[in-house]
Ligand binder design. Structure first.
Ligand code: SAM
Ligand code: DTB
Ligand code: SF4
Length: 352
């Protein structure tokens, strides 16, 4: 290329490409908007892979350092015995997935895990509980955990099931930064995966969380047998919430023996990357997390996902009950890609 010529822009390149059904030039502007139509989202899904990735990476660079990834660590503070029937979940009491019903973890053990995660470079600590929704007594203990982890100077996240308005405020007052509550899939396909709580229940919890002033972490799972329209509908719902979630976890189903979705079969890696790219274009300023399923993914799929705009991972050898890549392996991958951890965004940086 002539050194005096400006580099080709995404727009130039996309004009030259044939984009049947999709005018990427108009759609992929990088300006956050919450008025996406489903047709626009479907058009993005239908775009040629190269155009889509180029547009997603271009937008990613408008909002983020492309060589940084936010590092979160998960801890299951209450494992198993959950009364819900989520078809993907090994923690449901309805399935024989080899997960024992354990009591709520003691504060000391939670803090020990949080310190270890911080030591390894995690900046956000996410506490998960296998509950339909937390009870008042359980909330008291969770509030203690949130305060103590926040005092370590880490960002805090919790995922405890459905919340009412008072509960979201209680967590906010404790200093919680993020609440994770996923929509999981499209409203249509949802009914085939979960019967014990409705899509509306989930949207109501998200509203309570938002109104309490907590940041929202909300995404879904791919590879559950849904089709492309379901994935487009899920992303459309996420991108047309009153405000984009601050974090958008894209999970690939971890197929756990004993759960109804155990035999679902592999998910196309390029379709996974496409989902990440569409999420990045729709919610340009949100952290898009390459979440569950990395253990089953090749390094190349993960690298392509980062190129498509993923900029957050779960780091640590366990997710909640299933395996995540070894930290050594992840460090090696990040080094090969020249990716560094994003600095901590917690407002209280007072390590002790
Ligand atoms: N019980 C709470 C709830 O469901 O809201 C919080 C914990 S739950 C395990 C959090 C999320 O983990 C689920 O919404 C789902 O998106 C994800 N998840 C659970 N099992 C999974 C699996 N086998 N593969 C991928 N994601 C999974
Ligand atoms: C999210 O979207 N994925 C995480 C976190 N939020 C809580 C959970 C993944 C769970 C994978 C199955 C397991 O380890 O039990
Ligand atoms: Fe329970 Fe959450 Fe698992 Fe559903 S996803 S069974 S609510 S722990």
């Amino acid at each position: 290329m002539d050194g005096n010529q400006p580099a080709a822009t995404a727009t130039d390149t996309m004009d030259a490409a044939s984009t049947p059904g999709a005018n990427l030039t108009d759609l992929a502007t990088g300006k956050p908007r919450t008025d996406w139509t489903l047709e626009e989202v479907r058009a993005l899904y239908a775009a040629p892979f190269m155009d889509l990735l180029y547009a997603a990476q271009t937008i990613h660079r408008q909002h983020f350092n492309p060589n940084q990834v936010q590092i979160s660590t998960l801890l299951s503070v209450k494992t198993g015995g959950c009364p819900e029937d989520c078809g993907y979940c090994p923690q449901s009491i309805r399935y024989e997935a080899g997960v024992d019903n354990e009591p709520l973890m003691e504060l000391d053990e939670v803090l020990e895990n949080a310190r270890a995660a911080r030591e390894k470079g995690a900046t956000r600590f996410c506490m998960g509980a296998a509950w339909r929704s937390p009870k008042p007594k359980q909330m008291t203990k969770i509030v203690e955990m949130v305060k103590a982890v926040s005092d370590l100077g880490m960002e805090t996240c919790a995922t405890l099931g459905m919340l009412g308005p008072g509960q979201a405020e209680e967590l906010k007052d404790a200093g919680l930064d993020y609440y994770n509550h996923n929509l999981d899939t499209s409203e249509n396909y949802y009914k085939q995966i979960i019967t014990t709580r409705t899509y509306k229940n989930r949207l109501d919890t998200l509203e309570s969380v938002r109104e309490a002033g907590l940041k929202v972490c909300c995404g879904g799972i791919v590879g559950m047998g849904e089709n492309e329209i379901d994935r487009a509908e899920l992303l459309h719902t996420l991108a047309t919430l009153p405000a984009h979630p601050g974090s958008v976890p894209i999970n690939q189903l971890v197929q756990v023996e004993g759960t109804p979705l155990a035999e679902n079969g592999p998910f196309d890696p390029l379709e996974f990357v496409r989902t990440v790219a569409v999420a990045r274009i729709l919610m340009p300023a949100s952290h898009v997390r390459l979440s569950a399923g990395r253990e089953e993914m090749s390094d190349e799929t993960q690298a392509l996902s980062f190129l498509a705009g993923a900029n957050s991972i779960f780091y640590g050898e366990k997710l909640l009950t299933t395996d995540n890549p070894d930290t050594e392996e992840d460090r090696h991958l990040m080094a090969r890609l020249g990716i560094e951890p994003e600095p901590c965004q917690a407002s209280t940086a007072k390590p002790n």
